[in-house]
Design a protein around this ligand. Structure first.
Ligand SMILES: NC(=O)c1ccc[n+]([C@@H]2O[C@H](COP(=O)([O-])OP(=O)(O)OC[C@H]3O[C@@H](n4cnc5c(N)ncnc54)[C@H](OP(=O)(O)O)[C@@H]3O)[C@@H](O)[C@H]2O)c1
Length: 295
């Protein structure tokens, strides 16, 4: 297949692009500048210069492809609408990436029993309402316009990226600040839990979805979970910082990590990927987050 990707120069996008190429697909990747374009070419992809706001470029590239994968933004309605319009009536796949933050709470580091599957009703926090609207109002309904639209919702992804961006978001940020402070931090008591998944397993599901996911389908993507306080303790061990972790109040966390990441680090975001295993035949292999942090 000829696949047009946004975000191929990113952490998840690099892993997906390399798997697509290894499986014999061709990849055209949107690149924001010449340096990223050259990087994509080195990976084996064909770069197209532009951003998500360049709707003519997006439309042209999407029309010329057999499938489109968005790994650049969970929350860019204009590009999502442009891709849907370009693929309308073709039956071609459009795989959109969301994130398990859509089910996150504002727990300030406290635990929650809530675990979400694809059909569990919920109301996203205001901070994530845009992501939710793009997937529910634009991407999933595109199935009724003859697009094989699919939403994949990964959680906390870990493991080194094989592409141009080697680092994920949350765990590398916790490691960076732990190095600065001499101790790993978490919000409040750190009993809040996030689902997680290894990058390689996460990338596999994009290829499976390309082959097998039906139109208008949504899949949560996880293969384990961990409390943020336990992740901080594992980072301490990795860096040789002893047992005591640092508890931050929400305002302290906002100053340290920025408001968006502080909210994320204090929240629970627990999802269940039983559907992806059953319908797509997805078999995550790990290693687990704690195995990676111990290595
Ligand atoms: N990492 C995780 O744990 C995780 C989990 C769940 C969901 N997600 C979501 O998955 C998506 C990809 O995540 P990631 O970790 O791979 O992020 P990343 O490494 O920052 O990659 C983002 C990619 O999108 C491109 N991009 C961003 N804004 C763009 C724009 N306006 N126009 C064109 N290209 C643009 C970036 O281009 P440049 O190379 O030029 O910066 C890069 O290729 C994000 O939407 C993220 O919220 C991530």
């Amino acid at each position: 297949m000829k696949v047009f990707m946004t975000g191929a120069s990113g952490y998840i996008g690099g892993a997906v692009a390399l798997k697509l190429l290894a499986a014999g697909h061709s990849v055209t990747g949107l690149a924001r500048n010449r340096e990223k374009a050259d990087g994509l070419a080195r990976l084996g992809a064909t770069p197209v210069l532009g951003t998500l706001d360049d709707i003519e470029t997006i439309e042209y590239a999407a029309r010329g492809a057999d499938a489109v994968i968005n790994l650049a933004s969970t929350n860019h309605p204009v590009s999502a609408r442009t891709i849907v319009a370009a693929l309308a009536g073709s039956g071609k796949p459009y795989i959109h990436t969301s994130g398990s933050s859509i089910v996150a709470d504002n727990a300030g580091g406290e635990a929650s029993e809530a675990v979400y599957s694809e059909d569990t009703p919920f109301v996203p926090l205001a901070d994530r309402a845009g992501w939710f609207s793009v997937e529910r109002q634009i991407v999933l309904p595109a199935a009724r316009q003859g697009v094989r639209s699919v939403v994949l919702t990964p959680c906390m992804i870990y493991g080194d990226g094989p592409g141009l961006n080697r680092d994920s978001m949350q765990v590398p940020m916790m490691i960076r600040t732990a190095r600065e402070w001499g101790v790993a931090g978490h919000v409040g008591p750190g009993r809040n839990v996030w689902s997680n998944v290894h990058l390689d397993d996460c990338a596999d599901i994009y290829l499976l979805a390309l082959e097998r996911a039906p139109a208008g389908s949504l899949f949560f993507v996880e293969s384990g979970e961990a409390a943020l306080g336990d992740i901080a303790a594992a980072i301490n061990r990795k860096l040789g910082f002893g047992n005591a972790t640092k508890s931050l109040s929400l305002p302290e966390a906002m100053r340290a990590w920025g408001p968006n990441m502080a909210l994320s680090f204090g929240s629970n975001s627990r999802i269940d990927a039983t559907k992806a295993r059953a319908m797509l035949g997805w078999k995550p292999k790990g290693p687990s987050l704690f195995e990676v942090l111990a290595s």
